[in-house]
Design a protein around this ligand. Structure first.
Ligand code: SAH
Ligand code: SF4
Ligand code: F3S
Length: 455
């Protein structure tokens, strides 16, 4: 064990009450997992936890850099923390995660947010206890700018926020350099965890009663490419599917350029994964896809979709769409709408392009006004609303297996959960069913959700 964990613990044990930490993660599931690992370390160092930042002795903002508004929120929250720290002088403030892997952000913190004590990046678990110790021992600032690293650190215990849904990173980093995206710069190059480590973790989680296993990677389809004699993702899916127990397998994200028939075949065969695939397309226009460096065409993308539908007619898909890439024309955007009509997604996550300093697209001229991008977003949402309202009707009369998330918006006695197709299902039932699988017979389709009765 890291000697600094013991040292911090010894300091904390001398206090009248155990100190409290507040960890807030922004961004994707992978980052949330990192936040849970930082909590694991803090717990070993003798910290308890609070949801209220002003009560905390140590605050970690675990940041996301994917869009400008994510960064703005962090700087906004840093403003609040300044006031809290004025009232509570010993409060330790730590900024971690993707934002801090950008030189300009660290510079800004160094010059304008001097009350931040620790700045660490996306892969500093082994150094974090030492930094907390340094600050407790009187050092004013620690800025770790050693970069996202190249390794895979195993054995970090997590304090998970859910007792039935677990995220399991299978790889870190990204090699794809889509021209709009900051992730490869802040997360480093692809590196895969050993299959045995992943399988052990999943076995442990299933034994602990976890019902949803979410496998994470920026492109799970390149899992294992960096391992000698490593198995590839479809085989990993099959091995996880073979683990005994009642659980569902989900995964994010899958890059279309590497999504082959072997992936679809594995999904068709693995009953725990279901006939569902999140396949981010970003755009339906070949010229935009080329400018984005996505390395597939709309036709190639539709081939995968068609193959899946031909293997299993009930196959459903969701996707990410990036609206308003520099100089995207109306015609190019219309191509995206056409593709959406062809695929008929069960769900779309759409984002307006945000310029990220350091990426290739940041150098491109962008003559499309923001208002036009917002209009495109509205058009897309309207189209998708029509598709889901039409398509969700086909579930009426069918029984879906639903993992219950908890109480629904309808107040007491209502529950909400997600089906294996990742569709929101609302129904009546007791909150004691939270975290369990329930069969629900669908009786009605609403916008973005279906309703039913427990059978
Ligand atoms: N690795 C995943 C995506 C991770 S980022 C993949 O390739 O599918 C999640 C989503 O954020 C992306 O799919 C994209 O739609 C969106 N995104 C990434 N960079 C963005 C940017 N600069 N502006 C707006 N949205 C962005
Ligand atoms: Fe970003 Fe592209 Fe990598 Fe996804 S695949 S993280 S969009 S660079
Ligand atoms: Fe954001 Fe980093 Fe995830 S940029 S989306 S938190 S990998």
């Amino acid at each position: 064990m890291d000697p600094y964990i013991e040292k911090v613990r010894t300091i904390n044990e001398k206090l009248d009450a155990s100190p409290l930490a507040h960890v807030h993660s922004y961004g994707c599931q992978l980052n949330v997992t990192d936040g849970e690992k930082l909590k694991g370390l803090l717990s070993k160092m003798g910290y308890g936890f609070t949801d209220v930042p002003e009560e905390a002795d140590l605050v970690v903002l675990n940041t996301c850099a994917v869009r400008e508004n994510a960064e703005d929120r962090v700087f906004g929250n840093l403003g609040f923390l300044k006031h809290y720290k004025e009232m509570k002088k010993d409060m330790i403030i730590c900024i971690s995660g993707c934002m801090t892997e950008q030189k300009n952000v660290v510079e800004k913190i160094r010059s304008s947010y001097k009350y931040v004590d620790i700045v660490i990046g996306t892969n500093a678990f082994d150094r974090f206890p030492g930094y907390v110790h340094e600050v407790l021992s009187g050092r004013k600032h620690v800025y770790d700018e050693s970069g996202p690293g190249t390794g895979v650190s195993e054995g970090n215990e997590q304090i998970r926020s859910s007792s039935f849904k677990a995220s399991v990173p299978i790889m870190y980093g990204c090699n794809n350099f889509c021209t709009y995206c900051i992730v490869p710069y802040v997360r480093g190059r692809e590196r895969s965890r050993k299959a045995e480590d992943i399988l052990d973790e999943v076995r442990g989680l299933v034994a602990d009663g976890y019902r949803e296993i979410m496998l994470l990677g920026q492109n799970v389809n390149s899992y294992g490419n960096d391992l000698e004699d490593g198995i590839k993702f479809p085989e990993l899916l099959r091995r996880i599917n073979a683990i005994e127990g009642d659980f569902i397998i989900r995964f994010m994200s899958s890059h279309p350029k590497d999504a082959g028939k072997d992936l679809i075949d594995a999904l068709a065969d693995c009953e725990k994964a279901g006939h569902f695939l999140h396949l981010p397309v970003q755009s339906g226009s070949n010229s935009v896809l080329e400018r984005m460096n996505r390395r597939y065409t709309a036709e190639k993308y539709l081939e995968i979709i068609d193959y899946a539908k031909s293997r299993c007619p009930d196959f459903t898909f969701s996707t990410d769409i990036l609206i308003g890439f520099p100089d995207e024309t109306d015609e190019e955007f219309e191509d995206t709408l056409k593709l959406i009509e062809k695929v008929r997604y069960s769900n779309i996550y759409s984002f307006i392009y945000s310029k990220r300093t350091g990426t290739k697209a940041a150098l491109l001229e962008d003559r499309t006004p923001y208002s036009a991008k917002q209009e495109r977003m509205q058009k897309l949402l309207e189209l998708q609303r029509r598709i889901t309202t039409e398509d969700y009707r086909k579930y009426i009369g069918k029984t879906l297996k639903v993992l219950v998330d908890g109480p629904g918006k309808g107040g007491e006695g209502t529950l909400t959960g997600k089906s294996s197709e990742f569709i929101i299902v609302n129904f009546k039932g007791d909150s004691s069913l939270t975290g369990q699988f329930v069969n629900v017979k669908i009786t009605a389709a609403r916008n973005w959700a279906v309703e039913g009765e427990q059978v």
